[in-house]
Ligand binder design. Structure first.
Ligand code: HEM
Length: 322
């Protein structure tokens, strides 16, 4: 059926708006209308780039469960991307209403909750014997080398809160950004358990990303989430809710997700015959548990007692650290 082509006032209005839009860039609407004659309809598969997406899961071995491993890592990285997407907006000064600030922190919390709750896809999902084999083909790569994870930290808090406990007293918040980089908790953690030397996993990562991380650390020094929250936690109406949401974020990012992840490491790397080294080669049982890392993005939102007990009760209840 051919459409009624008489131009209604609504259509005339739309055409005027479109014409103004194209004119603003020196373009003619009539040319673009002609282009529509040849343009195809958008399909779902093109829109979400399905073929490309499904071509990205490339296990290194023939062991079937490696597909679960690689795909779940990619799913996690996509959530990290969404978390960074919100953190970027929370710190770029574009949020002008306390409700929007709160909504965005809650979004980040939902993403982290989803990640922490879904870790069973790994912890229950893969055959341990297959894992023990395919992990050997993946060395020395490790989730440790997730740059998005490091960016989430840098966008969330000051570098002083990411420094390894051994160095805290040595640094003052005004020291140059460069002096923090070597002292971050994860750089101290990624050392060979025996020799204390940097692992190859860390060296590879530094070569690829140190420059970027330094740049981002400088960029977010004055405007990370801890800095930008100061204004909003005093908000008369939403302040208490924002504090609550930020505390949840701290727990999600620095206790719940790390513990779900640690549980996976215990399940797959601790066997009857003893403990396996990780592909990244760290002393991971000392390095990964939150109660040893003690990373807290927003220390001012926690009591001294809460900070002293950071990550403890869950570890005690659920995981035996040898
Ligand atoms: C069976 C599954 C997994 C095991 C056994 C495991 C094991 C480990 C171990 C032992 C480390 C310490 C570094 C090293 O020596 O390699 C580590 C670090 C890390 N892994 Fe995993 N991992 C698993 C799954 C994942 C997944 C799905 C992700 C998602 C991206 C991930 C992200 C990370 C991150 C971000 C770190 C650094 C943590 C930090 O610095 O606090 N891991 N992993």
């Amino acid at each position: 059926m051919i459409e009624d082509l008489s131009v209604s006032p609504e259509i005339a209005n739309k055409l005027e708006e479109l014409s103004a839009k194209f004119a603003a860039k020196g373009q003619k609407l009539s040319d673009y209308l002609e282009g529509l004659l040849y343009a195809d309809y958008l399909s779902y598969w093109d829109y979400i780039q399905l073929d490309t997406l499904l071509s990205l899961q490339k296990p290194k071995t023939d062991l079937k469960d490696e597909m679960v491993f690689v795909t779940y890592h990619q799913i996690t990285e996509l959530y990290f991307k969404l978390i960074l997407w919100e953190l970027d907006q929370l710190t770029d000064g574009s949020v002008t209403k306390s409700q929007v600030f709160l909504d965005k922190v809650n979004r980040v919390n939902r993403y982290f909750k989803q990640l922490a709750d879904s870790f069973t896809i790994m912890t229950e999902g893969m055959d341990r014997d297959q894992f023990a084999k395919f992990r050997m083909a993946l060395m020395p790569s490790s989730g440790f080398q997730s740059v998005q994870y490091r960016l989430i930290e840098i966008l969330s808090t000051d570098l002083t809160n990411l420094v390894h406990a051994d160095y805290v007293l040595w640094l003052s918040p005004d020291d140059p950004v460069d002096s923090f980089l070597e002292k971050l908790y994860w750089k101290a953690g990624a050392r060979d358990g025996q020799t204390g030397k940097k692992t190859l996993t860390l060296k590879q990562f530094e070569e690829e990303y140190d420059k970027l991380l330094l740049k981002k650390a400088k960029q977010y020094r004055q405007k990370n989430l801890r800095r930008s929250m100061q204004r909003w936690i005093k908000d008369d109406k939403q302040g208490p809710h924002i504090i609550q949401a930020l505390r949840q974020f701290d727990q999600m990012a620095n206790v719940h997700w790390p513990l779900a992840h640690f549980k996976a490491a215990v399940r797959y790397l601790v066997h009857d015959k003893g403990v396996k080294g990780a592909t990244g080669g760290t002393n991971w049982r000392k390095y990964l548990p939150p109660r040893f890392q003690r990373i807290i993005f927003f220390p001012e939102l926690w009591s001294e007692e809460e900070k002293d007990n950071w990550g403890k009760s869950w570890v005690m209840e659920h995981i035996e650290v040898h």
